[in-house]
Ligand binder design. Sequence first.
Ligand code: ADP
Ligand code: MG
Length: 334
Amino acid sequence: MELAKVGEFGLIDLLNRRMIFSPEGVIAGIGDDAAVLKPSGGQWQLFATDMLIEGVHFRLDWSGYYAVGYKALAVNISDIAAMGGQPTHAVISIGIPEGAQVEDITELYRGLKDIAEKYQVNLVGGDTVKSPERVVINIALLGEVPEGKAIYRSGAKPGDIIYTTGYLGTSAAGLHLLQHFQPPFTDSQQQIIKAHILPEPCVKAGVLLSQLEGVTALDDNSDGLAAELREICRASSVGCLVWERTLPIASDVQKMSMDLGLSSLDWVLNGGEDYELLFTVQPEKQALVEDTLRQAGIQCTAIGIITSTINEIKLEYLNGNKELLTATGYNHFK
Ligand code: ADP
Ligand code: MG
């Protein structure tokens, strides 16, 4: 159905179902000039925003509207998780091109609502406008962390151990498949592609880390390991050494890189969009942090160590050689 048939307000009415998943914080959601929210006591407010533009961040022929909605909220939730917080309330602004159908936008909202429900995020408002040719979606997301418990990028100290949750490089491998191959994809390839188009933010891990002693810095891996390490090192005025031998790469991804004669290391360092958490831990707290995460079913791997040489990011290869890393991951204006 043409969007013009229902109009802006008709569309909002259509979408305005299944928007609130944690009602106690919401006095008034969609329908007035602003949402009215009730802050919880004893919490600090987190506030993040991320914008996705068709052709820059996603392609509808690869992702479809459902995945665009899902990912738009996933990347914002990941930013809240990367402070150690719990996401709470979101507003969503969308720019819709002329040719889009009502069904496209309801599909986008189906993706949005599925992940909102999973992480108990309330969708409390937004804005709907016409865009000349591309779909644009911007989300602003509130979150909470107990007072004093936010974890910054700036706290890493020489000797701290660097960790990542999950596996790295999977999303970049998925993007490679989409760029260079045509469907049908094998089951294994579909799983790899899924990591790229439907990423999962690490909320449980972030919240646990904020409750633990000895976690000194935290960041989410959106731009690739090299770029994120650079951010932590810059913010903390330190350097680091990463060990290639310990980098966690999923076996399917390792196999795919060998079959294609490509470097999975490049996907890990420069790919990004894994949305795993990268964090540093005081050496005497390693066992505590590892045990706590593993008991919660969260995989984590020590991948390197913080050093004192400011902004020097080094990689120790499998053969023991060490090299300075110059790659900076994905940079929009490069
Ligand atoms: P205003 O003119 O006051 O900005 P709008 O007509 O833009 O109001 O929006 C009406 C209501 O619908 C508001 O509560 C707004 O937050 C909500 N809304 C508008 N667009 C969206 C959207 N894309 N997603 C969710 N809520 C929306
Ligand atoms: Mg408006």
